[in-house]
Design a protein around this ligand. Structure first.
Ligand code: ADP
Ligand code: MG
Length: 213
């Protein structure tokens, strides 16, 4: 579950978020909608504890993120939150396989190479497991990013514009993958998007607007 209370965030003079309350039950699938510049990425970074809002509280899986110091917050994020960034942020110097091992290492969970291999097989990436990210197609890279986000069975999956650069077939695949993975670990799924193809699939929606001029 998540609960956002009175979130306000500004960059300098510019207030980009002003959100009285938003919550989602454990296992809910939710969308954050809004035009480019409306604060979707900012909100996801706040929910991931990557950015601390100037005001308000973020509670994820019953943990108030403000109460965690940096190291504890990093560990909490690694264990409980899976993030698919707008840009994939794979480590180009590591193979696909080792990008997933790294996610286990960073979350301080035991390395489980069987799990990594099984996850890659499930996402149809076995042939790419020794490949380096720059050699992957867009669709493959996005699947690796999703594999990395879900390898530690998070309680919450945050995906930022996960379908933006994909054609219709891959768009549908990525959405189904996110939904199925979320179901498998009963994770709460939050997708930020302005992709019209995504909108009709989700009933729980938060619309952000551009609040500054
Ligand atoms: P979206 O993801 O909906 O496009 P963002 O959260 O990326 O929106 O950005 C919202 C607004 O905040 C934009 O005007 C953007 O330029 C500004 N912004 C985002 N990140 C920063 C930053 N690190 N420093 C200053 N302004 C920022
Ligand atoms: Mg964005």
């Amino acid at each position: 579950m998540f609960l956002l209370n009175n979130i306000q965030h500004s960059y300098g003079e510019q207030t980009v978020l002003n959100l009285p309350q938003w919550q989602g039950a454990q296992g809910a699938h939710c969308l954050v909608l809004g035009p480019s510049g409306s604060g979707k990425t900012t909100l996801l970074h706040i929910m991931a504890g990557l950015l601390t809002p100037q005001q308000g509280n973020v509670i994820i899986a019953e943990q108030d993120l403000r109460q965690l110091k940096k190291t504890a917050l990093d560990r909490f994020r690694g264990q409980f939150i899976g993030i698919v960034f707008q840009r994939q942020h794979l480590v180009n110097a590591l193979t696909v396989f080792n990008n997933l091992v790294l996610a286990q290492y960073l979350a301080n969970v035991p390395q489980d190479k069987k799990r990594v291999a099984a996850m890659l097989a499930q996402l149809n990436l076995t042939a790419q497991q020794q490949a380096y990210p720059p050699t992957l197609s867009q669709g493959q890279a996005q699947r690796v990013a999703i594999a990395r986000a879900v390898i530690n069975q998070p309680k919450m999956i945050l995906a930022d514009e996960p379908t933006a650069s994909l054609d219709d077939v891959h768009c549908l695949q990525v959405l189904e993958l996110l939904e199925n993975k979320a179901k498998e670990c009963n994770a709460t799924l939050v997708i930020a998007t302005h992709d019209a193809r995504v909108k009709q699939r989700f009933s729980e929606q938060l619309s952000l607007e551009i609040t500054y001029t």
